[in-house]
Design a protein around this ligand. Structure first.
Ligand code: NDP
Length: 444
């Protein structure tokens, strides 16, 4: 058995009941085979793969809070600090009932390579809780966030670990957490990113993941002789990533015809109206069923279905494992030319393989959605400098980072005889830098 297979087997044995973590490790390690094969003796002696799949530490804690009826509720909090060989741990906090240790580990593991790919000095981490902010009052969200940070503050800091938003964690939650950190610690530091603009947040952070996804998609198409203008796009999700992906796609001359949430999806032949979506999701925090009230010509459908709509480009922007093999087959049949992942691991392994085998350009999430964390790192830089850059400055830096990421992964794929396979390219490019840093820093 080869080194890669041995380590995958070890991960499954040591981390039972964590299927998403197994999936992420398998996807990354399998695409690293060419690099591992070329350095097997050295990597084995260093136990490099065994070290990289084991988090530096994982913190799990009780989060008690009082609801509006006076009842004490208890959630579980997590922070997995995966690898800080190239910079302080950096990664979001997910608040969703589906959160468990395996999900946080998969996200933290992916984050190592994504952060490395940005070219910025940030390590990999992820956290969150099984708390569901949906349907909670502002006071309940405040109570949860206060309790969550009252424990987590011990483990984070501007030079240690800098959490950010993710599913369920937006500017409101980050604000409540920042306030509590400041109160307990007595320091005003850039310990969280995604902050409000009046207290250290960066312009473009809200838009960054969606905009970055489109900058990378545009570059990928351009380098393959294609133009994004005039293309029909399907998007899943209607949260932070989806909204700004749709906005930028329209700015670049494409037309996005779908959006979805966990209950259903909308089809709008005239193009999804971003202002309506923002009103429903960001202001009212309502369900997507509302969309047709504003746009009567659009259609609302219960359940899944976005990938059945004929398109040139598909952008999964909701959650993990939302684009399955059967969906990939329909996309190919309908002539889809490109899939770029706005969400983390939205495409299953067999669906990814099918898309690649059928010549669909495929940009994996760790490259395509890295704009969010990259701009978070730019927020960290601004906080350290105690300066704020203009929208145009940050947006230009973001675009350059996404273009560089595309070329880094494309070049890495070519170097290892996998031209056009950006999954292999992204993993290799992200891994090489981290591996070099780990080896240089001795055994830890
Ligand atoms: P939001 O919470 O803003 O939006 C998530 C969207 O996905 C909502 O439309 C939500 O619907 C839908 N969704 C969530 N869970 C499920 C589910 N189990 N099944 C179907 N739909 C679901 O999150 P973000 O937009 O911030 O994040 C989306 C994805 O992008 C995640 O994978 C996240 O990890 C990734 N990502 C986010 C970054 C960021 O900067 N925000 C950066 C990099 C990656 P509903 O409202 O019904 O729950």
């Amino acid at each position: 058995m080869g080194y890669v297979d041995e380590v995958i087997e070890l991960v499954i044995k040591k981390n039972p009941a964590e299927p998403e973590f197994h999936q992420a490790v398998k996807e990354v390690l399998e695409s690293l085979r060419p690099v591992v094969d070329a350095n097997e003796e050295k990597f084995r002696r260093e136990a490099l793969l065994e070290r990289i799949v084991e988090p530096d530490r994982q913190i799990k804690f009780r989060v008690p809070w009082v609801d509006d009826k006076g009842q004490v509720q208890v959630n579980t909090g997590y922070r997995v600090q995966f690898n800080n060989s190239i910079g302080p741990y950096k990664g979001g906090l997910r608040l969703h009932p589906s959160v468990n240790l395996g999900i946080i580990k998969f996200l933290g593991f992916e984050q190592i390579f994504k952060n490395s790919l940005t070219g910025l000095p940030i390590g990999g981490g992820k956290g969150g809780s099984d708390f569901d902010p949906k349907g909670k009052s502002d006071r309940e969200v405040l109570a949860f966030c206060t309790s969550f940070i009252t424990e987590l503050y011990k483990y984070i800091g501007a030079d240690v670990d800098v959490p950010a938003g993710d599913i369920g964690t937006g500017a409101r939650e980050i604000g409540y957490m920042f306030g509590q950190f400041k109160k307990i610690k007595g320091t005003y530091e850039g310990v969280l990113t995604g902050k409000g603009l009046t207290y250290g947040g960066s312009l473009v952070r809200t838009e960054a993941t969606g905009y970055g996804l489109l900058y990378l998609t545009e570059e990928m198409l351009k380098c393959n002789g294609l133009d994004i203008a005039g293309k029909t796009v399907v998007v899943s999700g209607s949260g932070n990533v989806a909204i700004y992906a749709i906005q930028k796609a329209h700015q670049l001359g494409a037309k996005v015809v779908t959006a979805s949430d966990s209950n259903g999806w909308v089809y709008d032949a005239d193009g999804i109206d971003v202002e309506t979506l923002k009103e429903i999701k960001e202001v009212k925090r309502a369900r997507l069923t509302e969309y047709v009230k504003y746009r009567p010509k659009a259609e609302y459908h219960e359940g899944r279905g976005v990938w059945n709509v004929k398109c040139d480009i598909a952008l999964p922007c909701a959650t993990q494992n939302e684009l399955l093999l059967e969906d990939a087959k329909v996309l190919v049949e309908n002539g889809c030319i490109a899939v770029a992942e706005g969400a983390n691991m939205p495409t299953t392994l067999d669906a990814t393989e099918y898309l690649l085998a059928n010549g669909v350009l495929f940009a994996p999430g760790k490259a395509a959605n890295a704009g969010g964390v990259a701009t978070s790192a730019l927020e960290m830089s601004q906080n350290s400098e105690r300066l704020s850059w203009t929208f145009e400055e940050v947006d230009a830096k973001l675009k350059q980072i996404m273009v560089n990421i595309f070329h880094n992964m494309s070049n890495a794929a070519e170097r290892y005889n996998a031209k056009g396979n950006y999954v292999v390219g992204a993993n290799i490019a992200g891994f090489e830098k981290v591996a070099t840093a780990m080896i240089a820093q001795g055994i830890w």
